[in-house]
Write a protein that binds this ligand. Structure first.
Ligand SMILES: C[S@@+](CC[C@H](N)C(=O)[O-])C[C@H]1O[C@@H](n2cnc3c(N)ncnc32)[C@H](O)[C@@H]1O
Length: 268
């Protein structure tokens, strides 16, 4: 934990290669996701052996107590092509359907936002093929265009690590959540120890970037993935940071040999 806290002092947020400050880092992240948007879904499922779908489903399950309330207002930040937003809405449909069938169509639309328009275009296209109640809007997660205390649940999947300032992001999430509202951050982290974790580490550092780079045409984006994960705070350090920035009851769920982590917390 100490080394991650030290890392964090030196590295307030992501810094893709060549970026010197927050503005440059955000611009690099935006360019990377813009360039891989057309192949993003295909590569996500391929490179994770479709486990990404399982992780998003599990994340949705953790927040069933909120999803089952039709009036709950939910925002998925850094939503990319919308897969977590869709997983949350699917869970919503099944839980409201079971408990209060007549109110299913009255449920609040789930909002997804991202700062890459090409990712949002894919999300909107996908949403038309299913009975989702979702709306997608362009927004920077560090400056979210919603009033204070708007949401009951704010989530983000594999997006938080890419923020140019982690503490600013957390303060912004706390601002837009109602007191007692909940936060879910799904992220990659360095896997634990043991033989399976070792195999996964090798795959993640050496094989995934090669396949991702070759298929997407952007070797930078898929080299950035393991390099940004290696610089990201440990789960314990991130939990401390979440608590410091307006949250309580921080919990950690760990999947895939400790390489995928869900932090959940309650807005203080
Ligand atoms: C790895 S993708 C994850 C997409 C999606 N949540 C998923 O589970 O597949 C990361 C996304 O975060 C977005 N992103 C990164 N930094 C952002 C920021 N400051 N504001 C809004 N979106 C951001 C990127 O544009 C990208 O779509």
């Amino acid at each position: 934990m100490t080394s991650s806290v030290q890392k964090l002092e030196k590295l307030p947020g992501t810094r893709p290669e060549g970026s010197q400050n927050e503005t440059e880092a955000s611009a690099r992240v935006q360019q990377m996701f813009d360039s891989i948007a057309p192949r993003y879904d295909f590569l996500n499922h391929l490179l994770s052996f479709s486990l990404d779908r399982v992780w998003r489903r599990r994340t949705a399950k953790k927040f069933m107590h909120i999803l089952s309330r039709p009036e709950a207002r939910i925002l998925d930040l850094c939503c990319g092509t919308g897969d977590l937003a869709f997983a949350l809405d699917r869970a919503r449909i099944s839980s409201i359907g079971k408990s209060q069938h007549s109110r299913m169509e009255d449920r609040e639309p789930l909002i997804g936002s991202d700062f890459v328009e090409k990712m949002l275009e894919r999300a909107r296209e996908k949403s038309t093929k299913h009975p989702y109640r979702t709306a997608f809007a362009a927004a920077d997660a560090l400056h979210v265009p919603f009033p204070d205390a708007t949401f009951d649940l704010v989530t983000t999947a594999f997006g938080f690590r890419n923020l140019a300032n982690y503490e600013q992001g957390l303060r912004e999430f706390a601002r837009i959540l109602k007191p007692g509202g909940e936060l879910g951050i799904l992220e990659f982290t360095e896997p634990g120890s043991g033989p399976f974790a070792g195999v996964f580490r090798f795959y993640f550092r050496h094989i995934l970037p090669r396949i991702g780079g070759a298929v997407s045409g952007s070797s930078e984006a898929y080299a950035y993935l393991p390099s940004s994960v290696s610089k990201f705070p440990s789960p314990a350090a991130l939990a401390a940071l979440i608590e410091k920035n307006g949250f309580r009851n921080v919990r950690i769920a760990s999947w895939n040999f400790g390489s995928v982590i869900l932090h959940s917390a309650v807005r203080a």
